[in-house]
Design a protein around this ligand. Structure first.
Ligand code: SAM
Length: 350
């Protein structure tokens, strides 16, 4: 059976050549797979506030074989884009070899990575050769000393160097900046000039109170509205419209006479749940259909069961996908002073 054959109804109720569609009519075609909960940074908004942070025992993490099985099922469900994230994905041993295997088995997959780029240097040509389409690099400051303050580590030169290598070697880069009032809002002009100078997308992500132990004060929120207003006083911004606009949650703007673009992602102040097309899988194989919901579907026992096969896995994923919630409804129900979900971001995969 190939994907070009006419649709054949499977036991799970989904024809092989159709995309999953949930109860709200959203097509689900994007999987974010977190391959480790380990990270070599201790960002103050992500992990440093978590006392006694427990790592998953290795045997509880999905093996690469199990990840490959999940991707095979996802691809049968016509999930066309997979992003590997973490923790920090480059920390996991043999990561490049794993990526190679993924693309050997699924040559048409749009494969992306999210990384802090601390271990990226020297790997760009290998990533290009493997067929990685683009990288999201997290970088919350352009200042070395502040980098150390935010992340707890002195890796700024490595990250900045890796970005230059991506640009030199033509690998598409998006820079993700978590917008933190009182911490990096003073750097807006520097960020804007950076995006003006280099052909990359620089996106500000509004801080989300993710994780029960995250220390969160509403006054820390540097909103997308403020960012765009102030950036618009530094350079002339033109909104990206049409087809391009519909790709992903960011509102993007070109910089007149500039090389790159800037954008904002505002999950809280202007949610994009109506267009959400994603599923997330945690490093221990829990399927989450919404970042803001703690409801998880345990896939690892299915993957490890000698009795339950791929068809069972398919059925569970389809059923879970069908009832994917609208995140903004969850947020509205729980009130503003709580974290949006219990787990920290590095345990989910941002
Ligand atoms: N280690 C990789 C990295 O740094 O990109 C991947 C994992 S990291 C958890 C993914 C993204 O989530 C990063 O861009 C990080 O800044 C972002 N993130 C973590 N906690 C966040 C929060 N509370 N609000 C908004 N973004 C957050």
């Amino acid at each position: 059976m190939t994907l070009l054959s006419p649709p054949v109804q499977q036991h799970s109720g989904l024809p092989l050549s159709e995309t999953m569609v949930d109860h709200h009519g959203r097509s689900i075609n994007y999987l974010r797979l977190s391959i480790t909960d380990r990270c070599n940074l201790r960002c103050l908004y992500c992990r440093s506030s978590c006392t006694g942070l427990k790592m998953l025992p290795h045997e509880q993490m999905l093996s690469y074989e199990e990840c490959l099985e999940l991707i095979a099922v996802a691809s049968e469900l016509n999930i066309s884009k997979v992003r590997f994230t973490g923790g920090e994905p480059f920390i996991r041993r043999n990561f490049l070899h794993f990526l190679e295997q993924v693309l050997q088995r699924h040559p048409h997959l749009d494969m992306r990575l999210t990384t802090n780029a601390t271990l990226l240097s020297g790997k760009i040509s290998a990533l290009k050769e493997i067929g990685v389409q683009g990288l999201n690099i997290s970088l919350d400051t352009l200042n070395r000393e502040k980098f150390q303050r935010i992340t707890g580590r002195d890796f700024f030169p490595q990250v900045r160097g890796a970005i230059d290598q991506c640009l030199d070697q033509g690998l598409r880069v998006k820079i993700n900046v978590v917008a933190l009032k009182g911490i990096n809002d003073d750097e807006l002009p520097a960020f804007v000039r950076f995006a003006e100078q280099f052909p990359l997308d620089l996106r500000f992500i509004e801080f989300m109170p993710v994780g029960e132990q995250t220390v969160w004060r509403p006054e820390q929120l540097w909103t997308a509205t403020e960012i765009l207003r102030d950036a618009g006083e530094i350079v002339h911004l033109d909104p990206v419209v049409g087809l391009e606009k519909r790709r992903g949650p960011a509102r993007m703007f070109t910089i007149r006479n500039g090389q790159g673009r800037i954008g904002v992602i505002s999950p809280l102040s202007s949610h994009f749940c109506g267009q959400c097309n994603r599923l997330r899988i945690t490093p221990d194989g829990r399927l989450r259909t919404c970042l803001f919901s703690d409801k998880e579907y345990r896939l690892r026992p299915i993957l490890r069961s000698p009795k339950l096969g791929r068809e069972h896995l398919r059925r569970v994923i389809i059923r879970a996908g069908k009832v994917k919630p609208m995140g903004h409804e969850i947020l509205a129900a729980q009130g503003r002073d709580r974290s949006v979900c219990r787990k920290i971001m590095s345990a989910i995969g941002g």
